[in-house]
Design a binder for this molecule. Structure first.
Ligand SMILES: Nc1ncnc2c1ncn2[C@@H]1O[C@H](COP(=O)(O)OP(=O)(O)OP(=O)(O)O)[C@@H](O)[C@H]1O
Length: 232
């Protein structure tokens, strides 16, 4: 599904953070949203998931308008936030059951998928655990498992690699690459430039709430030399 952001201006209350941003995330591709701290990446994502209302402009997913068809639009999206959002009173198993119910997933298929994902992220013996017993990385993994048991057509992932160990980062990148091959679309924010090089199809570079550059991932270093510092 292709995500189309047109002339979006928005922010928080009276504060306008995003100024007239436009970009398209084409069907079955991965777009990396990059920019320095405070450039507006999370604010863009907050708009795309419908947490903030645009002051101007439109957001559509394969023609479905976020403002006019919010339920149908949101049903296509899985979102992995930068800060894991978990319910302290629910076990891991109950978190997964909640996702299965919310997305109206086929129980058998979803639990099969969940069991594979739980094994991958070494959470399969923790189904009865409550989030208070989880480390930050484990909470992040719970968010990943919840997202990847859905059949969402668009995945929005905010800073996916923060707090994950190297094995989990690799496992997540493999999951992303596999879903992308099945035609799933990804928008993710990242400070890890290696991800753009190896996994993105295109990039959008935000600067002070505006799109300063966008293009093919292979042109990133040429188009955004100021960010393309050697990561060593
Ligand atoms: N809840 C909020 N209320 C008011 N202003 C906010 C809020 N969240 C972010 N901002 C402001 O919006 C601007 C963009 O912030 P945003 O979080 O979108 O940046 P970012 O590119 O995601 O940064 P980072 O790389 O640090 O995560 C900043 O000036 C920030 O102070």
């Amino acid at each position: 599904m292709s995500l189309d952001i047109k002339n979006l201006s928005g922010g928080y209350g009276q504060l306008t953070v995003l100024k007239d941003i436009s970009f398209v995330v084409p069907d079955g591709t991965l777009t990396a949203l990059v920019g320095l701290n405070g450039s507006g990446k999370s604010t863009t994502i907050n708009h795309v998931i419908g947490l903030l209302n645009p002051k101007q402009g439109s957001i559509t997913l394969n023609g479905l308008s976020l403002t006019q068809q919010p339920v149908d639009y949101k049903a296509q999206i899985a979102y992995i936030p930068e800060q894991p959002v978990v319910y302290e009173e629910l076990t891991l198993k109950e978190h997964l059951a909640l996702t299965i119910a919310t997305y109206h997933l086929d129980e058998k298929i979803a639990w099969q998928r969940a069991n594979e994902l739980l094994k991958t992220f070494r959470l399969d013996d923790k189904l009865t655990w409550f989030p208070t017993h989880f480390s930050k990385g484990m909470r992040q993994k719970v968010m990943i498992v919840m997202a990847f048991i859905t059949d969402a057509k668009l995945f929005i992932i905010d800073e996916p690699f923060l707090g994950l160990d190297v094995i989990a980062v690799n496992d997540l990148l493999t999951l992303i690459d596999n879903r992308k091959k099945q035609g799933v679309t990804f928008l993710l924010t990242t400070h890890v430039l290696d991800t753009i090089d190896k996994h993105a199809d295109q990039f959008v570079y935000l600067k002070d709430g505006q799109v300063a550059a966008q293009g093919a991932a292979s042109d990133f270093v040429t188009l955004v030399p100021e960010l393309a510092v050697d990561e060593g």
